[in-house]
Each structure stands twice: as structure tokens, then as C-alpha cells.
Design a protein around this ligand. Structure first.
Ligand code: ADP
Ligand code: F6P
Length: 507
């Protein structure tokens, strides 16, 4: 890791911690499990390498366990950083985490207005939980620290930190997309959120599209602000303050995946998978259970591929892992039922003696199992309807040691801005397009697979986790203009014949 941007101690705050406490059975043992999701994957190596303090919610109700901090300290001993818990009551968890965060901001910021529940009670609890986080952070912070707040659960923390007298620089990074103006305008607390965000010194977004959406909201709703600059970091002048607004696509520790993919454990498991799938191409899907991941659309695309291209039958198998998530929200539970109904229909339609078209698993894999599947899969189907980044796409490429494999990627995943030239891009709403992309991936020559995969791996290696954190911290530094060019925006795949002249079409 580069040491250029290292001097400040990091105080990181996010709702999710690298470990989650859960109870096994009523009155059973408390266990610490690894937190899942892109935020933990991205931040854990940063804290491990740079040290600092990570403040967040350990996933349980206040009062269930005494002395959580001691338990958290034991679980992360030797990792090189400290973890501190913020206790939430059951009601706070319901209204702040399940409510405002995941039934207001999550659906709205993923362009799914009809899934939103704008219950005013949620906002009140969101405000007071953000204030609680702010006082926990204020109690930890020392002179010279850099405070880095993560994700949509904590957008209102900066104002409270300033009111508590915290003068250290404050950075924020949004792991999820930022919605377009017309959607953002539907949020009853739209001005309160914008106002809270502007109390940070640096706002980081995943893609140029997210930042453009944010700036359009700002320019429309607050015409007095002035926006300048046109590179990776732009400057917003609000009264006598300047807020930096930048684009920093989050990433993975490329080497960690590449090295683990070569380990004996993984290699052994890959050999097992290859003999299990002998002569068949494994198509892999790994998604948290979430309506934003487009799992039903993916399954419909796969079904259509099997209908439209009969030579795929018995020659491909879709291995789909669905990782449990936010199970107390009705839409998530309904999504599980919908996915399982579709899987059942596809099995019923195509299963033959000796071949089932889908290996479906609802659960978690350990690291070895996950990386072995990445390495063994000939095609990865990553087709979210909308996603801040999607680290599964990057992990698949980093683990593809043989340099083969095809990444089929949604143009609405943030990762597509970086990977679009070498992945097969699809519109996840277009099931025919997904079906055709599966067939194209299946038919692709080894030479083309290798050429594409090499390029993908190079991009991910060059803009890995070190690059992400260095670029962000350089932008936060007072004189940090750094390397701020080359912003990519996803371009849709242009269909053949589009805008050709009539003569062209007739010929
Ligand atoms: P999201 O943050 O929305 O869940 P991402 O694709 O960005 O989506 O990140 C998912 C992350 O969760 C990946 O880093 C992936 O490796 C990780 N993951 C997947 N399955 C598991 C699992 N069983 N346990 C822990 N992490 C997992
Ligand atoms: O990446 C978006 C995100 O909400 C992260 O903040 C979070 O770690 C991940 O998805 C999983 O969600 P949750 O924390 O609700 O389990």
C-alpha cells in the first residue's frame, strides 16, 4: 500500500461492521459472524492495513449483550484496528435500519419509488440514530484524525458532529447510487438530506452518473450554490465553504483474491467442481437477496436462453447463490418466494436424467467456496437492475486465474462504467438481451475470452482498493487535486441498424 496519504488516523463509521453478533436459537449462544456486503469487503482491508477505529452497529438489540465493546475487541484482536459498537433499541432498528434506510432511501436511490414507504416516524428515528452515531464518534476522535462516514444510513451525521464541536475534516462516501432529480424530488425530507450532505467536506460517489445526479439536484434545488471544476473532483461553493464532490469507484483487494484463488484449498475445490461439471459450462450468480439485484429477470433470461438455444441444454448449469438479507422486510421475503417459484418452474421445464439446469442455494458460502466457484465458472451473470458498484463482478475477474471466463454485466451496475469495453453489457430489463448474451458468452472463443479477461483484470488491478483509498484521501487533503481525469460513463449497447439512413436499411 502506498504511504503517500497515510498520516492521519482513520475514524470510520458505517452502519454495518465487519462482524455481526447473532444468537443461535432462543436463549442460545451469541456468535460473531463476518458481515456480508460490498461495504465490508471494501473497508475491512483498508482498516487492516492502515489501522484506526471502526464504529458501527453490531446487529443486535440494545441490552441483549452486556459489554459489546469487549466482545468486539476480542473478535478483531490482532487485525490492527479497533471496533466500537453503537447500541440500537429494537424500535431504532425497525425505524432507522429497516425503515428509513431500507424502505425509503434504499428503494428510492435504486430508482424504485413504488417500493418506498415514506412514514414520517422513520425520519425522526433516522435523525436521532445519526445523532447517536455522532456522539459516539465525537467521543473517539482525536486531533489530526480523518473522519470517514460511509453510506446512506449516516447521511445526517455531519451536522451533529459539527454541533458537537468536532472540527476535523469530514468525508462521506455513498456506496449506493444517487437518484435522478425527478425521483429525489419525491423525498419528503429532500432539503434536509441535501443540507446534511453539504456539511461534509468531501462527498464521494461511485460513478460520474451518480455525481451528475447529485449536482443536478443541488443546482435545481439550491440555485445559489456554485459548482466549478470538471475532473474527478468538483467544487461546490456554499456561502463561505467549499465542499469537494468526487467520483471514486470502490474496489477490492485484487491481490488477496488472486492469491487466495491459487491456494491449495481453493485449487482442490476447483478440481472438485470441474469434475462435477465435467463437459458443462458453469454459469455463476452470487447475489444478496434484494429486489435491486434483478434475480427474477436473470432467471427469466436464463429460461429464455434454454428455450431459444436448445444446444445450451445439458451443456450449461446455472449455479445461483442467494445470500440472506434484510429478511424482516416483507418485500425481501416476497422476493425469496418469487425467486424460488421461478427456479422450480425452470427445473420442472428442463430437468433431464443426469442434468438439472439450476443449482440454487439460499445461504452463505465461506471464502474458499466462493472463490473456488468464481475460478471454476465459465460465465458470471451479474445483472442488477441498479447497483452502486457490484463487487461480485470484480471478484469474479480477480479470481479467474486461467484468464478465461466471460463477465455478463448489467449496464446499471456502477462497475459497468469501468468494465464496459471488455464485459458483455446487458440491459437487465431486457430478458431477450440476457438470453442472447448468455449464448454469446457460451459460444465465445477461448482467445476472445482471454483477451477480454486480461483487460478486465488489468483495470481492476490498476484501480484496486489501494487506488480507491489513496485517491479519496488525496482529494480530501487541502491541496489534493491528484489525478483527476478520465471519468467513464456507461454507454448503452447500440443495436445494429440504429439511426442508419433509410438507404442503408434498404440495402
Ligand atoms: P452488495 O453490497 O449490495 O451486497 P456487492 O456485489 O457489491 O453487493 O457485494 C457483495 C459482497 O458480499 C461481495 O464482496 C461478496 O464477496 C460478499 N459475499 C458474498 N457472499 C458472501 C458470504 N456468504 N459471506 C460473506 N460475504 C459474502
Ligand atoms: O453496499 C450497500 C450495502 O447497503 C452496504 O451498506 C451493506 O453492507 C450491504 O449493502 C449489505 O446490506 P446490509 O448492511 O443491510 O446487510
Amino acid at each position: 500500500m502506498s504511504t503517500a496519504a497515510k498520516p492521519r488516523r482513520l475514524i470510520v463509521a458505517s452502519n454495518r461492521l465487519p462482524v455481526v453478533l447473532s444468537q443461535h436459537g432462543e436463549g442460545g449462544d451469541w456468535r460473531l459472524e463476518r458481515g456480508s456486503g460490498g461495504l465490508v469487503t471494501a473497508l475491512e482491508p483498508v482498516l487492516r492495513e492502515r489501522g484506526g477505529v471502526w464504529i458501527g452497529w453490531p446487529g443486535i438489540e440494545k441490552g441483549k449483550v452486556t459489554n459489546i465493546d469487549a466482545l468486539l475487541a476480542r473478535s478483531t484482536a490482532g487485525q490492527g484496528y479497533e471496533v466500537k459498537g453503537v447500541d440500537l433499541t429494537a424500535r431504532q432498528r425497525d425505524d432507522f435500519y429497516l425503515g428509513f434506510s431500507n424502505q425509503v432511501i434504499w428503494p428510492l436511490f435504486h430508482d424504485l419509488l413504488t417500493q418506498c414507504n415514506f412514514d414520517p416516524r422513520f425520519w425522526k428515528t433516522y435523525r436521532n440514530v445519526n445523532a447517536q452515531f455522532a456522539s459516539r464518534i465525537a467521543g473517539e476522535v482525536r486531533e489530526g484524525d480523518f473522519i470517514w462516514i460511509h453510506d446512506y444510513h449516516l447521511m445526517a451525521v455531519a451536522r451533529d458532529l459539527r454541533s458537537a464541536g468536532v472540527a476535523q475534516p469530514l468525508g462521506f462516501f455513498l456506496h449506493i447510487p444517487f437518484p435522478p432529480l425527478d425521483l429525489f424530488l419525491t423525498l419528503p425530507w429532500r432539503y434536509r438530506i441535501l443540507d446534511s450532505l453539504l456539511a461534509f467536506d468531501l462527498l464521494g460517489f461511485q460513478t460520474a452518473r451518480d455525481r451528475r445526479n447529485f449536482l443536478q439536484c443541488l443546482e435545481h434545488m439550491a440555485p445559489d450554490v456554485d459548482v466549478s471544476g470538471d475532473g474527478r473532483v468538483q467544487f461546490v461553493t456554499v456561502g463561505d465553504r467549499t465542499v469537494r464532490v468526487g467520483v471514486f469507484p470502490v474496489s477490492i483487494d485484487f491481490d488477496e483474491f488472486a492469491v487466495t484463488a491459487q491456494s491449495d484449498d481453493v485449487s482442490e475445490r476447483v478440481a472438485g467442481l470441474r469434475s462435477e461439471f465435467l463437459g458443462r459450462t458453469m454459469i455463476l450468480g452470487v447475489d444478496r437477496l434484494d429486489y435491486s439485484k434483478g434475480i427474477p429477470h436473470k432467471l427469466q433470461g436464463y429460461r429464455l436462453a434454454l428455450e431459444r438455444y436448445p444446444d445450451l441444454r445439458e451443456r450449461v448449469t446455472l449455479v445461483q447463490l442467494v445470500v440472506p438479507s434484510r429478511e424482516d422486510i416483507p418485500e425481501y421475503f416476497q422476493m425469496k418466494e418469487e425467486v424460488e417459484r421461478l427456479v422450480g418452474q425452470i427445473q420442472g421445464q428442463f430437468t433431464r436424467s443426469g442434468w438439472v439446469p439450476i443449482h440454487y442455494q439460499y445461504g452463505r458460502w465461506d471464502r474458499t467456496e466462493l472463490i473456488a466457484h468464481y475460478r471454476a465458472a465459465g460465465i458470471a451473470l451479474v445483472t442488477p437492475l441498479k447497483d452502486g458498484m457490484n463487487l461480485v463482478a470484480k471478484e469474479y475477474c480477480a479470481s479467474s486465474l486461467e484468464g478465461k471466463g466471460v463477465l455478463v454485466l448489467s449496464e446499471f451496475a456502477g462497475a459497468s462504467a469501468q468494465l464496459q469495453d471488455h464485459a458483455l453489457l446487458v440491459n437487465p430489463h431486457d430478458v431477450e438481451g440476457i438470453a442472447d448474451a448468455i449464448y454469446r458468452a457460451f459460444m465465445m472463443s477461448t482467445a476472445e475470452q482471454q483477451r477480454r479477461m486480461q483487460e478486465l483484470r488489468q483495470i481492476i488491478r490498476d484501480t484496486g482498493m489501494d487506488w480507491w483509498v489513496d485517491t479519496y484521501l488525496a482529494a480530501a487533503a487541502a491541496d489534493g487535486h491528484g489525478e483527476f481525469s478520465d471519468l467513464e460513463t456507461t454507454r448503452p449497447q447500440v443495436p445494429p441498424g440504429f439511426l442508419e439512413t433509410e438507404d442503408d436499411l434498404q440495402s
